[in-house]
Ligand binder design. Structure first.
Ligand code: UDP
Length: 372
């Protein structure tokens, strides 16, 4: 499944011409149908679902992932697929980025580092990885004239008024607080995308992702739903930060992957930013109760003060709700897997994983593998 770059791939090439004239309305979709797709971050949570969808849709898929947050296990279901290749490398490296796009018809740029906890612990790595990988991929795509869908984040809206509309000013927050650094890196990636579209006529779409949940997401870096599922199944207290009145809209990752492919094949969005997510708003406290009920758990729900988990200056947006008008206009449908169905699926999945790993431990113990 893994490979090196194609022989003879150019590490640099002539730049496409720049122009002072304003960008005309582009009416060509980024992708007119199955072709050669690159997915950066394709071994990640969202990326791996997109890879599966593209393969189902007859695309050839080249995953480029440095495995800093993704893992090859996420691609287990498709690892032997004849149209999948995987390169383990970082697209923040300009040479890697240029080789990556050399034989591509379209790039889905998902590589990035997410997770509020990770941002609190390793702010430099998070900001630099996000900024540099996007800059590097945009430059490479522009040099080759390869269309690119860039994923950004609803973090750019900060704690602004809802619903969040794409054209409104971004609000990353104070530079003395770290959370805004991630938002700002993502926003800068969006501005670079706009600049490449304007100046070099790069076909580009920016997808601003809202809270996405589903199979393969881990709670290791703070994501709330997988944490609640684990806590409920283990009978541990469920950690609701603050009072739990803050709301989020949770979209199923398979819906999000389908929306990203829809944006790539839509003629209405090139050159634009589009919110991608669900608009069904749920308070975090309600989410905890839903998970506890679905897991039939006796866990308590514990309110944890924000100050106990986040560094000073970390703002937890009280509400995060997208306007989905552009997405609807582009795709003709919206992510709408109901949250109770998502929660039920994830509880079931976590239960069956727990049973499988217990069975494995028992088998290993019986065969003596665990005896010291
Ligand atoms: N959260 C929580 N308990 C946890 C983890 C997160 O109450 O164990 C809250 C968090 O403060 C935020 C919401 O759940 O209000 C969603 O957090 P997540 O990290 O999943 O995504 P975010 O929207 O912060 O990017």
């Amino acid at each position: 499944m893994t490979r090196s770059f194609p022989a003879g791939a150019q590490s640099s090439s002539g730049s496409s011409s720049s122009s002072d004239s304003p960008l005309p309305p582009v009416r060509q979709p980024l992708s007119s149908g199955p072709g050669r797709a690159v997915v950066t971050g394709g071994a990640g949570f969202i990326g791996s679902h997109l890879v599966e969808l593209l393969l189902q849709g007859d695309y050839s898929v080249h995953v480029v992932d440095d495995l800093s947050t993704g893992k090859l296990a996420n691609l287990a279901a498709v690892k032997d697929h004849p149209r999948l290749t995987v390169t383990i490398a970082s697209v923040a490296d300009a040479d890697v980025a240029q080789r990556t796009v050399a034989d591509a018809d379209i790039v889905f740029h998902l590589a990035g580092v997410v997770g509020v906890r990770r941002l609190a612990e390793e702010p430099l790595a998070v900001m630099q990885a996000n900024l540099h990988s996007t800059e590097s991929m945009l430059r490479a795509c522009s040099l080759k004239g390869v269309a690119v869908l860039v994923t950004s984040s609803s973090e750019v809206y900060g704690d602004g008024p809802v619903p969040f509309v794409e054209g409104s000013p971004v609000r990353p927050g104070s530079t003395e607080g770290l959370r805004g650094g991630y938002a700002c890196a993502k926003a800068m990636g969006e501005w670079l995308a706009s600049a490449y579209a304007e100046q070099n006529k790069l076909p580009v779409v920016v997808a601003r992702l809202f809270n996405t949940v589903g199979p393969r997401q881990t709670g290791d870096h703070g994501m709330v739903l997988p944490r609640f599922v684990q806590q409920a199944l283990r009978g541990e207290p469920m950690t609701v930060y603050g009072g739990g009145q803050q709301t989020r809209c949770f979209a199923h990752v398979r819906d999000v992957a389908r929306a990203l492919l829809g944006l790539a094949t839509s003629a209405t969005v090139p050159g634009r930013v589009v919110n991608v997510g669900s608009a069904m708003e749920t308070p975090v406290r309600t989410l905890a109760e839903m998970v506890r009920d679905a897991a039939d758990s006796s866990s308590s729900i514990r309110n944890v003060p924000f100050g106990d988990v986040f560094p000073e200056g970390f703002v937890d947006p009280p509400r995060r709700v997208p306007s989905l008008e552009r997405l609807l206009a582009a795709n003709g449908w919206l992510p709408q897997t109901p949250l109770d169905a998502i929660v039920a699926e994830l509880v079931e999945l976590a239960r069956s994983c727990a049973v499988r790993s217990e069975t494995r431990l028992e088998v290993e113990a019986e065969s003596g593998a665990l005896r010291s």
